[in-house]
Design a protein. Structure first.
Length: 288
């Protein structure tokens, strides 16, 4: 591909914009639903840590301002989303969650600032290995962060809890960032590997969502229908049992009435016999 600085800057800027606020849809989804089940808290925590390494890389390399600001926004939003997992899913108290959030941000910010001051002297002396280390660690952490999310997908049998707009924006950010490297004078292999991993894993999540989520919906629909049919069958059985019990009660009461009537007839006949017997005896005496 020919070198094109305009295309490089345009694609790089779009990629940076995508990767600056891609977690906002996830934060909104978690807040709106008040739940993060299915979203791996490890994904957000590892990405938050990766942002510190990326920030050191961008600052030491003296990249442009948007590329330096991007890791800071990315890390802040990642840790906010991670704290939502602690609050909604792990049911931690709000004050404890806020304390963990602030402490984590301070620790990561201190680590980034300390590493910048530690690495700069080596870079000025011409030693690029520390910068390469932070670039490689960023790539590894970004890729590793998505692995726990695949475990959650496997556990639930669907892509649950994670915002698909978030994954889509992150996927597009990887594509535009990779395109920006194509138009550079020298292709950055390390960055290209990192962007390719993001594209591959984000794409896998989106494909799994397209395949598994409709199946999960059909499965829930069948389960709901089965439960409804079972409840209807149970209700019909109960109604039939009640009807049989009512009929049996009527029959028993009829038999009892019949028994009472028969016993009453017997008593009447017995009384009539006792009344007629004295009359017969009186008549016999008179005839004598």
């Amino acid at each position: 591909m020919p070198v094109n600085s305009v295309a490089e800057n345009v694609f790089g800027t779009i990629g940076t914009v995508c990767w600056s606020g891609q977690i906002i849809p996830q934060i909104w989804k978690s807040w709106k639903e008040k739940a993060t089940e299915g979203l791996s808290h490890w994904l957000m925590f590892i990405w938050g840590v990766a942002s510190a390494f990326l920030g050191v890389f961008a600052i030491v390399q003296n990249l442009n301002i948007p590329l330096i600001v991007q890791p800071q926004l990315f890390g802040f939003l990642s840790i906010v989303s991670w704290s939502q997992c602690l609050y909604y899913n792990q049911k931690r108290p709000l004050r404890q969650t806020m304390a963990i959030l602030m402490t984590t941000l301070v620790v990561l910010g201190g680590f980034e600032a300390g590493m910048v001051f530690a690495v700069r002297p080596a870079v000025k002396d011409g030693n690029e290995r520390p910068v390469q280390f932070f670039g490689v660690m960023t790539s590894i952490l970004l890729a590793m962060g998505l692995l726990p999310q695949f475990f959650e997908i496997f556990r639930f049998g669907e892509v649950k809890g994670i915002s698909l707009p978030f994954m889509s924006i992150d996927f597009l950010g990887g594509i535009f960032s990779l395109l920006s490297l194509v138009f550079k004078e020298k292709f950055d292999v390390l960055a290209g590997v990192a962007y390719s991993l993001v594209i591959l894993m984000d794409g896998a999540v989106l494909i799994l969502a397209a395949i598994l989520n409709p199946r999960a919906k059909r499965r829930r629909r069948r389960l709901a229908q089965t439960e409804t049919d079972h409840e209807s069958q149970t209700a019909n059985t109960a109604s039939a049992d009640n009807a049989d019990y009512h009929a049996a009660s009527i029959v028993d009461s009829g038999v009892s009435s019949t028994r009472i009537s028969t016993s009453e007839r017997g008593e009447i006949l017995h009384l009539e016999k006792r009344e007629t017997m004295p009359n017969r005896a009186t008549g016999e005496k008179e005839s004598e």
